[in-house]
Design a protein around this ligand. Sequence first.
Ligand code: GLA
Length: 678
Amino acid sequence: MRSLPLLRRRGVTAGLTCALLFAAACAGPASAAPPVRSPLASEVHPVVEDDGLALTPPMGFNNWNSTHCRPEFNETMVKGIADIFIAKGLKEAGYEYVNLDDCWALPQRDADGKLVPDPDRFPNGIKAVADYVHSKGLKFGIYTSAGTKTCDRIGFPGGLGHEYSDARQFADWGVDYLKYDNCYNQGVDAKKRYTTMRDALKATGRPMVFSICEWGENKPWEWASDVGHLWRTTGDINDSWGSTLAIMKKNLPLHAYAKPGNWNDPDMLEVGNGGMTDTEYRTQFSMWSIMAAPLLIGSDLRQADDKTFEILGNREVIAVDQDPLGKQGEVISSEAGRWVVAKEMADGSRVVALFNEADRPQRIATTASDVGLPQSRGYRMRDLWKHTDAGIADTIAATVPAHGTVLIRLWADRDSKSYPPALEAGQTRAWFAEADVPAEMSTTVTNHGRRKADSVSVDLTGPAGWTIVSASRTVAEALSTGKTLRTKWRVKAPAGTRPGAYDLTLSVAHRSPEGVRLVQQEPVAANIVVLPPQGVSSLSATPWLSASNGWGPVEKDLSVGESAPGDGRPLTIGGTRYTKGLGVHAPSVVEYYLGGECSSFSAMVGLDDETGVRGTAGFEVWADGRRIAATGVLTNVMPAQQLSAGVSGAETLRLVVTDGGDGMSYDHADWADATLVC
Ligand code: GLA
């Protein structure tokens, strides 16, 4: 029997809860995004919604991602967030809505059928909080569900059948924004449910942004442009790389449906919640902005660190999200985890995201014409995270760190020669070495500007104790357009360095046309590894290079438990228990270093028995970027399958679990008895 919290959470992902909790209540399962026509740059822009709301994607805060239903979600928190919006300049940066999510009410309506604020959380009622938020010049939002109950396990009263009176109550409290969820919907047609609430909101006469939250189940992008201002396109996000990536991939193809007054909503920000790296959070913020997604902060800003404020407060990135043309960026290319996404801006410029999905740094390149810019003698390129300008001839390229995004804005500019030339710098291939063993690393610096770069020099530095010496040229008197300075280095990590990924810094200096010395710094990844043991060994005893998971951490010798390390249960497939192996949640990627020393890999794979009826997954084995073995889609009623592959000569082994094509709902997947022969 699965625990209640799991069941509750499933209510909001791709339909499993529907099967388990409210079978008759839910509409059909989510289906894949339709092929979407690419809008042409010359197309007339769609007509603006006539109510004048959400002409750019809503920005603000919502407590759900940081508190869920916990008691710290209360009046003090909400007021504290409003205060921080002012104190930290977030209001000035554009953040406007302070929104309550589920759990603000009591489980029962009063004798008059009215919603009652929870007196423990909101002792002064909701209006008092709304008034406080308004007194700061901000706007106030609330939540309920287009069903008989809300989505939290307790199930607070929902709006179905109470639309007009609830909307009236919200308007009387001074609500400016309503998020309207999908639980306990009793099988009533979604369009009908959301349209009724739209009409009820309109009938109050108070302008309220209407956020449709039916998880993309009924393709609201196809019918809701005159119903709501934004619509969720996916199930719930969680604070993990796997979840963020899966959601991003579902939302990207829907670019043609976004416009002023109508936005695709890939769910709220996780920036600052602690489950991802700063690089990954910068990627979420960059990609949400280029997708013109709502920017609703989901972390408790009262405890946020400087990095979090720096990311959320990056005005150059916010300007991408808030551009008045209201286009969602579209995918220009995507191959081997190298994504190029471009967004047309109102001033004719383009914003380009070079996003690296892979677990290793990769070079990602495109051209000014590929991203839709007109022919020009040159282009100005602004790096929106480094806040620097450079000139380019045509090529846009960067070595992008694992899970990172380089976000740039480009203008056709005949005078681009007046900017320093853009220099692309990075390592040429992934670098692995054991501690205390020197290994060669290569770096390159390439000039993509229209003018030559003068007095170019490179330096590579690492953490304390590392030895790094150049083994070839580190300077070039001049580097003309398209030319590259290649440098070899001998790099050694001190004895005892723990296995893992370390950042080295590649510093590139050159002299600007005005004679100013310019320095740029790029991270370079160094992976310290241990060789797998000789003979037959359990993979769960070997340290991985990297691991990402749809929910919670990857588990060793346990199934995935979805929250903290070690919270899983014994690995069990088809009634058989396994003492060794990995427990993951789709989508998942776990990578190992083999160093060319191993000959074969094998495992018994399948959905863990704890998976619900609709759990599905596909298992894949990759060696050095090549898929060498795979299952079809497996379900929880299938017995374990043996998956084996020869890995002779391979440097890395990657174990991939896909969601089986039906969303990442409760896909607990086991690599039982995962074994290496080396
Ligand atoms: C659903 C929504 C979430 C959140 C919770 C609250 O899961 O999709 O965003 O509002 O309900 O219970």
